[in-house]
Design a protein around this ligand. Structure first.
Ligand SMILES: [Zn+2]
Length: 456
């Protein structure tokens, strides 16, 4: 996509943005994408003022006031900005600065909202400051719609205390990881419920996916423990993990992976899907992660045109990780099973949202959300369903649908102006003509935006 748009965002726009309040906008004669119904509506004239959508009218009756900036929407489609439900903006384990380099990449790709998956309590204030700066037009970045603080244990008292610290700092949810022991995980769930926070993240390596769903863990990310749950050996595999802790636990899980994948059972997977759908636990499968791993040998990442967008410390990290592990066959098997699982989950109507885990190696900020939606389409999602998984779905999940997630009067003006119909094919979401962020039009002057070819 959008190399020109990106260059424009990176170098030209910030200066102009700082200067003055954004003029109100009138996007005329545009086809509005109603993501809730999965329908095209229009033509309509959409008015934007002070960061909000203030009117959506038939062109003949729309009142365009003097001073409004007119954008000719003929032949174009207006969709809500996209939300990536699984991103990392901080580098706490390596101590590197936050991933602010990723901000313009998100926005140029139409990602106007993100869910941050591993903040330290002290970083919540930084996220709130970014949010304000985006509102005020001082920063081109996606809105941090929710931020989670990781809680691990190691023991019950420490877990409890960390949940309280997270709450006091303003966390939106608690994130759990694979290595959290079963006993601590139960403490985290009950303590989080007491302070009014949900628990999201990896279903821990000692816990069955259905157990976690029934106990109220609100999401499972990366299909963690779904692979096990679809294996005919689930009970034995999990039994062997019960006494282990930390690295030993994760080490055994990783050693078991080939067997887990090779004992995949379609019928077990479908039974699991039906039960999960009844319970309603949300899945954020981050398909782009196993897909990238399975396909990485096909291209040299250093030759990827997006490589230069990475900050140099990030390039170094990717190189290090990519050099360290490359079991191509295992990666292919993991991808094939991931696909089958998401296919079965979708068919059973398990709630699924679009997230990427960017910036994991090969998972580029912004770009990867398009890949994720295209992969969801490969798993049976209609274009409207894939679009919902990155717009109104996240907004409803986060309790923010009064302000976000669709093109509707009163909502935030975080919008995509597209050259192709995203309900015809999800790849058209890459054909971004302009982005509206907090009511500000981000439009390349020469409109010569080249669009990247779809994945397949
Ligand atoms: Zn993650």
């Amino acid at each position: 996509m959008t190399r020109l748009l990106l260059r424009w965002l990176l170098f030209v726009l910030p200066l102009g943005l700082m200067a003055a309040a954004a003029p109100p906008l009138a996007i005329t004669d545009v086809t509005v994408i109603d993501v809730v119904r999965g329908e095209r509506v229009g033509p309509r004239t959409v008015l934007v003022r002070n960061g909000r959508i203030v009117a959506i009218d038939e062109p003949a009756t729309a009142v365009i006031q003097p001073g409004m900036r007119r954008i000719d929407g003929r032949g174009l489609y207006l969709a809500p900005g996209l939300v990536d439900m699984h991103v990392h903006l901080f580098n706490n384990s390596s101590g590197r600065p936050p991933n602010e380099w990723a901000f313009p990449l998100f926005v140029a790709n139409g990602v106007t909202g993100v869910r941050e998956m591993r903040s330290e309590p002290a970083e919540i204030a930084q996220e709130q400051q970014w949010r304000r700066a985006v509102e005020e037009g001082k920063l081109i970045a996606p809105r941090v719609l929710a931020a989670g603080v990781a809680v691990a244990g190691p023991d019950a008292a420490a877990a409890r205390q960390r949940v309280r610290i997270a709450k006091a700092a303003g966390a939106d949810f608690i994130k759990v990881f694979s290595e959290v022991p079963d006993s601590s995980w139960r403490v985290i769930l009950s303590e989080a419920a007491k302070v009014g926070l949900s628990v999201c993240g990896h279903v821990p390596a000692q816990v069955r996916l259905l157990t976690a769903a029934r106990a109220g863990q609100r999401t499972d990310e990366h299909l963690m423990q779904a692979y096990e749950a679809c294996s005919t050996k689930e009970s034995d595999l999990l039994a062997a993990r019960q006494r282990l802790r930390g690295e030993a636990l994760i080490g055994l899980r990783d050693t078991q992976e080939r067997e887990i994948l090779q004992t995949f059972s379609q019928s077990r997977c479908e039974e699991l899907a039906a039960k999960l759908a009844r319970i309603g636990q949300t899945q954020v499968p981050t398909l782009v992660l196993p897909w990238s791993e399975a396909n990485r040998s096909k291209s040299n990442p250093l030759l990827d045109s997006r490589w230069r967008f990475l900050r140099t410390d990030e390039q170094a990290r990717w190189k290090r990780i990519l050099a360290a592990n490359d079991d191509a066959e295992l990666a292919r098997e993991r991808w094939e099973v991931s696909r089958k699982i998401v296919h079965a989950f979708h068919a059973a109507k398990v709630p699924i949202l679009a997230g990427t885990d960017t910036p994991m190696p090969l998972v580029y900020p912004g770009f990867s959300l398009h890949e994720e939606m295209e992969l969801l389409a490969d798993c049976g999602f209609t274009p409207a369903e894939a679009l919902r998984a990155a717009t109104i779905g996240p907004a409803e999940f986060l309790g923010l649908s009064a302000d976000n997630g669709s093109v509707a009067v009163g909502k935030r003006a975080d919008l995509l102006l597209l050259q192709g119909d995203p309900l015809a094919q999800v790849e058209n979401l890459r054909r971004i003509r302009a982005v509206v962020l907090s009511g500000r039009l981000l439009l390349p002057r020469d409109l010569g935006i080249s669009t990247e070819a779809p994945l397949r």
